[in-house]
Design a protein around this ligand. Structure first.
Ligand SMILES: [Zn+2]
Ligand SMILES: [Zn+2]
Length: 797
């Protein structure tokens, strides 16, 4: 029955009228106990096997009627016995396909109608872009079973997928989501695949990336001079052998290339590290299965759940030191108690492990240190040349690059560290409808955010906007999201920092109104946005650096945030940043800065015994800079305090990646309850959190030779106490009990867990990030949120 419903109509009641205009077969009296209903479902319900699911469910409960896609979701009309209809409605939510995300389900009774059978109706030709797009999802159990079944026609086919799994976001070029608008357009389906694609009872009904050995993408193996070595299954088998021989293999994946090497082979891993110029940043490890992870790491039930989730993120888990028989090569994560572990998520990954004697591979993003992940074959031949020995290519193009996501569990709850594959482009749902805005994010760990009614779409992790390649990737992400979500932003919101490339890009968009938002205000606002908090909160924004409204560098701030307004209530006692950017890369400079602050006049004599660990000439130059205030901006950064303590404790004088000194200070921690005491003092209109006494205590411990683990724990405990004391004092005066936490410092597990616990014990209501990272990846969401609040406050541009 090809019965097309009437025109689009905005309201639900109108919708009902036009849709019930879909001619029923008969309009007789209801059979005993029969009735008709109309159902409207919104959310991620297209391109995820939702209509066949409804179709099959309707058959199970002997219903008649129809289902079809429309602009903002799925519509159903169904007639059947009361109790069967009830079961049908219950199962829609309870048994929805794994990729579906129902955000709204409305049911209304209709006058009794009877249909001939149950049909899937054609979508409107004008299909709007209001539908949500599914992220890429790991291979499902059904496909996995077929993949390894010698009797199946897709036996060992590395691109097997169905409506419940496979690539989505990374292959979609435009909307509506059908094969012609994806990078699968280059592969016409064979008759067998087409039959599955058109059969509503088949798991591959309208699975856009559907393919097989006959008609779909293929893999092949090349060496680093571009010579073809093997095709199809032979390419995979040879690839495995090469890995086993300690070779570095570039493997094209879902959202980009990985560089793979045997994780147990120290020679191979350190060679990869050398070639990638990635001196110490930990490599992620892909394990064949959960049991293999458990042999090396201690993992909780919550972590196992995350590892096995359809998003398949990298989960930061603790190495198991008893099993230091642990055969993981030391170069994988030097000086780190955690490893980033994840499970195979594409059929190709599964085949690699299936055929191999090894159960763990280094799988790090295929790029040169700071550039975006490589996604095109030619680009890989060029940019990964000199890093990879061999290349396992395929010819399904990646349209949108997307890194692996990273999550860690804190206080039994998952906290994102990098939000990308598997999560993007699922929106963050806002508490109310907002105008369409674009937040362009910060400089490091950049993301962008576009809003559409009550949805905020955060891009995947784009990276540090420090080179042209990353800026191009940023522009591509903005354009792509605007197109596939059909969002035409009215304003652009950017950071206050004039030098951020994202700010400069925003300033160049002269056709749209733009305005600036302070960095730490945006941090706290992003918590309010995702946690649906109305009214004022006390926000603790602790990170490395952000441009302050007074021109100094902020980073240890306590703000009162109420929508588009904020007030700086407190900050860490300021110090100088000798050498500016250089002080971020060289934490020993921060140690000297704190020592100088403690005794500016006699620093060389008072602290000579501490300073003598660094070359005297360098120390003298630095002290001169500090004395004269040369190239030494003022900062209240909490991240830089961690740097100073890390250097004083003898852990880190210079860093190879952002946050390394603080991370190693946390790693070194030996649990205990002693602490260094700081002070919270009132100074004019603001409170000052003074860690100077803590630094002085740390120096005493350094002098008597206390080990870094002890210094770390006393520092962490003291810092938590200092923050709690500040919050208590401020909340008493300001009568606020709700506390929001944001900023990269909160990726410190020990600090976060302890602070959250202590605040909760004192009766505060504590709000942390849940869906977006606490680091600068959340800034774009905060910017968009503040833009919307300005609009509501009547401060529109
Ligand atoms: Zn599947
Ligand atoms: Zn086929």
């Amino acid at each position: 029955m090809a019965c097309l419903a009437g025109t689009e109509s905005p309201g639900f009641s109108q919708q009902m009228k036009s849709d019930s205009g879909c001619r029923p077969l008969m309009n007789t009296m209801p059979g005993a106990g029969e009735r008709s209903v109309f159902v409207r479902i919104a959310g991620i319900v297209q391109g995820v096997g939702f209509r066949p699911f409804i179709y099959q469910l309707a058959h199970r409960y002997e219903l008649t009627g129809w289902v079809r896609n429309q602009a903002d979701g799925v519509l159903i009309e169904a007639t059947g016995l009361h109790e069967k209809l009830d079961s049908f409605l219950r199962d829609i939510s309870a048994k929805a396909p794994p990729l579906a995300k129902i955000t709204q389900l409305e049911v209304a009774d209709l006058p009794y109608e009877q249909f001939e059978g149950f049909s899937i109706l054609k979508s409107d030709s004008h299909q709007s872009r209001r539908t949500l797009i599914s992220p890429d999802v790991c291979t499902c159990q059904d496909c996995l079973r077929e993949l390894l079944d010698p009797g199946d026609r897709r036996y060992r086919y590395p691109f097997i997928n169905c409506t419940n799994c496979g690539p989505r976001y990374t292959i979609i070029q435009d909307i509506p989501y059908d094969r012609g608008q994806t990078t699968m357009a280059a592969f016409p389906m064979c008759s067998e695949c087409r039959r599955e694609y058109e059969d509503p009872m088949n798991r591959r009904f309208h699975a856009q990336p559907n393919a097989c050995w006959e008609c779909g993408p293929q893999v092949w193996l090349e060496d680093d001079s571009g010579r073809l070595l093997a095709k199809k299954d032979q390419a995979i088998r040879r690839g495995i052998r090469l890995l086993e021989q300690g070779k570095i293999l570039a493997i094209k994946g879902l959202g980009g290339f990985h560089l793979a090497v045997l994780a147990t082979d120290e020679v191979a891993v350190s060679r990869l590290r050398r070639r990638k110029i990635r001196e110490e940043k930990p490599f992620a490890l892909m394990f064949g299965n959960v049991e293999a992870i458990q042999q090396q790491c201690n993992i909780s039930a919550e972590e196992i759940k995350l590892l096995r989730s359809p998003q398949r993120p990298i989960v930061l888990v603790k190495k198991n030191h008893q099993n230091a028989a642990a055969s993981i090569a030391p170069s994988v994560a030097p000086g780190n108690r955690f490893v980033g572990a994840f499970l195979p998520y594409t059929p190709l990954h599964c085949l690699l492990f299936e055929q191999s004697s090894c159960d763990v591979l280094v799988m790090t993003s295929g790029n040169q240190s700071d550039e975006p992940i490589v996604m095109a074959n030619d680009d890989a031949r060029l940019r990964l040349n000199g890093i990879a020995d061999y290349f396992l290519f395929h010819d399904r193009d990646i349209y949108m690059r997307c890194d692996d996501s990273v999550v860690r569990v804190l206080n039994q709850k998952p906290r994102p560290v990098r939000r990308a594959r598997g999560y993007v482009p699922v929106p963050i749902f806002l508490s109310k409808k907002v105008p369409s805005l674009l937040g362009v994010g910060a400089e490091l760990k950049n993301t962008v955010c576009l809003t559409r009614e009550n949805e905020a779409f955060l891009s995947q992790h784009i990276g540090d906007l420090e080179n042209l390649e990353t800026l191009r990737s940023f522009e591509h992400a903005v354009e792509h999201l605007k197109r596939i979500l059909e969002i035409d932003p009215k304003w652009i919101v950017h950071d206050l920092h004039p030098d951020y490339l994202s700010t400069q890009w925003a300033m160049s968009q002269t056709d749209l109104p733009r305005f600036a938002v302070q960095h730490h205000h945006a941090h706290i606002a992003s918590v309010l946005a995702e946690r649906h908090i109305e009214g004022p909160v006390i926000g603790l924004a602790l990170d490395g650096s952000g441009y302050g409204t007074d021109g100094t560098i902020w980073g240890g701030e306590i703000l009162r945030v109420d929508g588009c307004r904020f007030e700086r209530l407190a900050h860490f006692r300021q110090v100088l940043l000798p050498g500016g950017e250089k002080a971020i890369k060289e934490p020993w400079r921060m140690a000297v800065s704190y020592l100088w602050s403690l005794d500016p006049v006699n620093v060389l004599t008072t602290y000579g015994d501490v300073l003598n660990r660094w070359p005297l000439s360098k120390v003298q130059v630095l002290i001169q800079m500090l004395n004269k205030g040369l190239n030494s901006p003022i900062t209240s950064s909490c991240g830089r305090l961690f740097d100073a303590i890390s250097a004083l404790a003898g852990l880190r004088d210079s860093v190879n990646y952002e946050g390394q000194a603080a991370i190693e200070l946390e790693q070194a921690l030996k649990e205990g309850d002693e602490e260094y005491r700081g002070e919270v003092v009132r100074k004019n209109d603001v409170w000052v959190l003074d860690p100077f006494p803590m630094v002085a205590s740390a120096i005493r411990d350094v002098r008597v030779g206390k080990d870094s683990g002890m210094i770390s724990s006393r520092f962490h405990n003291g810092l938590v106490s200092l923050l709690v004391e500040a919050v208590e004092k401020i909340s008493r005066v300001r009568e606020l009990r709700r506390i929001a936490l944001s900023g990269g410092v909160f990726q410190n597990a020990y600090l976060s867990e302890r602070l959250e616990r202590q605040l909760a014990e004192r009766g505060f209501e504590v709000f942390t990030h849940v869906e977006v990272p606490a680091n600068d990846a959340c800034i774009s969401l905060g910017q968009a949120y503040i833009g919307a609040q300005k609009y509501f406050a009547g401060e529109g541009l």
